[in-house]
Design a protein around this ligand. Structure first.
Ligand SMILES: C[S@@+](CC[C@H](N)C(=O)[O-])C[C@H]1O[C@@H](n2cnc3c(N)ncnc32)[C@H](O)[C@@H]1O
Length: 246
């Protein structure tokens, strides 16, 4: 249900947290990098080139998102279809990177422990994930979903301080964990619908099938009543960014 065209409608806005996350990473020689939930692969290439990495692998479980990843591939940068939950490797990585994907994956305590075991002795972890489920755009999506008889997207993201404790317990000597509010000036309130269609609403689309258009009509009416029909519209979006190293 992921559509690269819909997702990249707000390419510049969605890239801001990626850039902030990448800025936290310490560039070291000959790094072996994994980008988990890499999407189209465009930002994976930027990650690979900025770090001058020896080798980078991008993993994503959506065939449609990976469709054009071949354009970015080269001998040292490759993409594979796979689940983050099942990601394994027989050689350690120097960096586990993930931008805007872990909020789709359950049980972060277990996930972080597993990925930590795949890191080298000087490895780094850099994760960014949205934490905006209390915004009207997300609350109303869940509310209308319930009225249509489908389960809301589970909120897997832990309170921000839990990540600090978790990283400490996993043995990282240095860490940076923060919540950041990104403010996006969208042309109108209606554009919030286009924004969430690119990511959050894929959950409801996959569950509702041909009832999704009807869901979208109710969602649009309810959301605009809640946030007002404004031009432009200031859309606030909270995200958790974290980096840690041994
Ligand atoms: C919001 S997009 C972010 C893509 C890319 N990291 C970026 O910053 O442009 C989230 C991506 O995570 C992928 N994804 C979600 N759950 C996943 C899972 N369990 N395993 C692998 N990929 C997953 C989706 O297919 C989608 O491409």
């Amino acid at each position: 249900m992921w559509s690269p065209d819909q997702y990249t409608r707000f390419k510049a806005e969605r890239k801001r947290p990626f850039t902030d996350l990448l800025a936290l990473v310490e560039k070291r020689p000959r790094m072996r990098v994994a980008d988990l939930g890499c999407g189209t692969g465009e930002l994976t290439r930027e990650l690979h080139e900025t770090l001058g990495a020896l080798e980078t692998i991008g993993i994503d479980n959506s065939e449609t998102m990976l469709l054009k990843s071949g354009h970015f591939e080269n001998e040292m940068l490759r993409f594979e279809k796979g689940d983050i939950e099942a990601f394994v490797s027989d050689r350690p990585f120097d960096l586990m990177f993930s931008n805007a994907a872990f909020h789709w994956v359950a049980d972060h305590e277990k996930l972080f422990a597993r990925l930590t075991n795949l890191l080298s002795a000087t490895g780094q972890l850099a994760i960014q994930m949205p934490a905006n489920d209390d915004h009207a755009s997300h609350r109303i999506a869940a509310e209308v979903g319930r009225e249509f008889g489908v389960a809301e997207r589970p909120d897997y993201v832990l309170p921000v301080e839990r990540y600090a404790g978790l990283l400490h317990r996993l043995g990282y000597a240095r860490q940076h964990v923060r919540m950041q509010v990104y403010g996006h000036v969208l042309p109108s309130s209606g554009d919030v619908i286009e924004w969430v269609r690119g990511a959050l609403l894929t959950h409801y689309e996959s569950l509702l099938g041909n009832r999704f258009d009807e869901y979208l009509d109710v969602y649009r009416t309810r959301l605009l009543a809640a946030i007002g029909d404004e031009q432009p519209f200031f859309y606030t979006y909270k995200r958790v960014l974290m980096w840690a190293s041994f």
